[in-house]
Design a protein around this ligand. Structure first.
Ligand SMILES: *Cc1c(COP(=O)(O)O)cnc(C)c1O
Length: 385
């Protein structure tokens, strides 16, 4: 393939996997409104490429972003439907809400006031979503603060009421006990009632990230906000187990991203040779070594030094020595016939072998979210069928 000849390392994004994951989510959530999270460069996949692929999918109603910058990139990639902005926004940037037609999630009175003034000035309605505090203790509004928010809505007629009410679970993916999620859900319902009493009843409610979308129907309300599952990954082992124990099928999600590179140098070392910075690895027998042009600058975690494998010709080649800034080395002694410019797979499949983001996360003592989110945005993206 032409494109592979051009790049020494690249990301492949599977269009069919993305479509299939969204189909699975849509059927799990019975066609509720769907807000797909594309924050963190679409979980490291590449915002532009993912948005371009999602924009004609009628099952996706919203994109959810963290920052104004990401929202602008979604518009530039041609997304014309709704955009919900999760993260904090400086009151100085309030005009961008109108310019790019955004729906901010609101948790700050000062920002809401600036937004209200601007909306009145433009005589334009704005859709806002209130973030309610139910026990994650991150961005939410406490029950006692709700009257003050209601007052701002009352004062600025262009704001109307909040369009949405939302919350985020603290402990839904990394446990098999869902008591805290139940408590948060109960708190959410109470706060929404309070909103109603204050005459700021929301049109839609949304609480469910991937784990809740997959496991709990009662968290779906009018809209769900899946992130990691859209890209074909389970939020956690616990989520996967809980789902399977209920008889759920295995092929719900398929990873969208593969990360590939090439063998750019091969060398033969005698026994007792050190490999790489810090002399952390020393050969015990004659060794054939492949150098590949990916390092921690590209998002390949330095924790993976002497821990991970890369796939060459369908076999595991152990990473030897420390992962460098732009390069790393792998042992190909026992892999027959490796040639210069052979493909090396960092995440994905080669022959019958697979290395998943989850495996890398285990080897690097982190979670699949972090492994994916840190894949560098400078690596070329190629959309494959
Ligand atoms: C990131 C995020 C999501 C998506 O979470 P996943 O676990 O990736 O599905 C949903 N809602 C909020 C508020 C988020 O920050």
């Amino acid at each position: 393939m032409m494109v592979k000849a051009k790049h020494l390392s690249w990301i492949e994004l599977s269009r069919s996997a993305l479509r299939g994951n969204i189909d699975s989510l849509a059927s799990l959530t019975n066609g509720k409104l769907m807000a797909v999270c594309v924050k963190a460069n679409a979980y490291g996949h590449g915002l532009k490429e993912i948005v371009t692929t999602l924009k004609d999918n009628p099952q996706v109603d919203y994109l959810t972003v963290h920052s104004l910058q990401e929202a602008v990139e979604c518009r530039e990639a041609g997304w014309t439907k709704n955009i919900m902005l999760l993260g904090p926004m400086s009151p100085e940037n309030v005009e961008a809400v109108f310019e790019y037609d955004l729906e901010p999630v609101v948790f700050d009175r000062q920002f809401l006031t600036s937004l209200g003034k601007a909306a009145d000035r433009h005589k334009k309605n704005v859709r806002t979503h209130l973030k309610l505090e139910t026990g994650t203790n991150r961005q939410g509004i406490k029950e006692s603060e709700l009257p003050a928010f209601a007052e701002i809505y009352r004062k600025h007629s262009s704001l109307k009421k909040p369009y949405g009410a939302s919350m985020h679970y603290a402990n839904i993916e990394d446990t098999t006990s869902h008591d805290y999620a139940e408590y948060q859900l109960k708190t959410f319902r109470r706060l929404v009632k309070t909103m109603q009493t204050l005459k700021i009843k929301p049109n839609i409610r949304h609480t469910a990230s991937s784990a809740a979308s997959i496991l709990f129907k009662k968290t779906h309300f009018e809209m769900v906000r899946p992130g990691i599952s859209v890209y074909g990954h389970w939020p956690s082992k616990e989520t996967y187990l809980s789902y399977r124990l209920r008889g759920g099928q295995n092929d719900l999600f398929h990873p969208v991203l593969s990360w590939k590179t090439r063998v750019t140098q091969i060398k033969n070392l005698p026994a007792d040779s050190f490999i790489g910075y810090g002399c952390t690895y020393r050969t015990t027998s004659p060794t054939r070594l492949a150098v590949v042009p990916v390092g921690y600058y590209d998002g390949y975690d330095r924790e993976l030094s002497n821990q991970a494998y890369v796939l060459v010709r369908g076999k595991r080649a152990p990473v030897r020595g420390r992962v460098c800034m732009n390069l790393m080395m792998a042992d190909i002694t026992d892999i027959k016939g490796v040639r210069l410019h052979d493909e090396a797979v960092l995440i994905g499949r080669s022959g019958k072998e697979t290395i998943s983001a989850e495996k890398l996360a285990d080897w690097a003592n982190t979670i699949n979210y972090e492994i994916l989110a840190r894949v560098s945005s400078h690596t070329p993206r190629v959309i494959v069928p």
